[in-house]
Design a protein around this ligand. Structure first.
Ligand code: CP
Ligand code: NVA
Length: 308
């Protein structure tokens, strides 16, 4: 069997993604009320080791993958790239070949997306993208799981992304054709999503609409999604905060969406910048379910990667 990498949502079949979300929902409900350290029935990844490499900071990804592999019966090793020979110039390819001899699966959070692709090319074990400058596919699986839990049928739903057309936005664009929702993206022209991502979605018959203001994107949406205006690695914070300010999610902006529309944010959030406290701490917000579901969605991703 070919190695199963989870690098980007557009590379997977819609049926595989659907099976992952179904498994995530089932695993979550099967362990309702259990202590978080108890191993799932059948310990599906018993004996397996996950290595995690971090070139950037993380709270959710690090913890949810670590807890997730333990709940599946496996163990993990967390590696900060600065402490590795990688930080002193050892090649990505050699690092991948060496780690493949020790562990069963690797998750990487990297500055440069091409490093994750190069790592996967050289590795002989599955590789999972834990965020790059280009995408954040694990996050979107958790987000879509959360929306389904809230009762939303993704097929035909209208999701609005407002703010920076960044890595998280790209993964939503990749997911639109796979799950059948419409994605309306409102960004300043300068921070619009990459043309490559739009092309990928359109080739797959995805419905992605681009707007240069937040109001048109949010009008009639079932879900409004925000993320930081300044991502890890961005060096133009002042310009971004100024230009993106009109794209902040306020209660007034939420009022343009469908009544009862939900709010998502992958966290970490900056209250008073990309979202007002009244929204993120209000009744429409699903952000902590979203954070929890990183755990359940990634358990399904890991099981898919190892076909277990
Ligand atoms: N949403 C997310 O990926 O969070 P961390 O950066 O804390 O992992
Ligand atoms: N867009 C953000 C997401 C953080 C989880 C970043 O890349 O910093």
């Amino acid at each position: 069997m070919a190695i199963r990498n989870f690098l980007d949502i557009w590379q997977l079949e819609a049926s595989e993604l659907r099976e992952m979300l179904d498994l995530a929902h089932a695993m979550k409900s099967a362990r309702k009320g259990w202590p978080k350290g108890r191993v799932d029935e059948g310990a599906p990844l018993d004996g397996h080791i996950l290595a995690m490499i971090f070139e950037k900071s993380s709270t959710r990804t690090r913890t949810s993958f670590d807890v997730g592999i333990r709940q599946l019966g496996g163990t993990s090793i967390v590696l900060n790239s600065a402490d590795m020979q990688l930080g002193r110039g050892e090649s990505i390819g050699d690092t991948a070949r060496v780690l493949s001899r020790y562990v069963d699966m690797v998750m990487i959070r990297a500055n440069d997306h091409s490093d994750v692709e190069d790592f996967a090319d050289a590795a002989s074990v599955p590789v999972i993208n834990g965020l790059t400058d280009r995408s954040h596919p694990c996050q979107i699986m958790a987000d879509l799981m959360t929306l389904e839990e809230s009762g939303l049928d993704l097929k035909g739903a209208r999701l609005a992304w407002v703010g920076d057309g960044n890595n998280v936005c790209s993964s939503f664009i990749h997911a639109a054709p796979k799950f059948g929702f419409t994605l309306a993206v409102g960004t300043p022209d300068r921070y619009a999503p990459d043309d490559d991502d739009i092309e990928i979605a359109r080739e797959l018959q995805g419905r992605v609409e681009l707007y240069s203001n937040a109001e048109d994107a949010v009008a009639g949406a079932d879900v409004v999604i925000a993320d930081t205006f300044v991502s890890m690695g961005d060096t133009d914070a002042d310009e971004r905060l100024e230009e993106l300010e009109p794209f902040a999610v306020t209660e007034e902006l939420m009022d343009l969406a469908q009544p009862g529309a939900k709010f998502l944010h992958c966290l970490p959030a900056h209250r008073g910048e990309e979202v007002d406290s009244e929204v993120i701490d209000g009744p429409s917000s699903l952000v902590f379910d979203e954070a929890e579901n990183r755990l359940h969605a990634q358990k399904a991703i890991m099981r898919w990667c190892l076909d277990k």
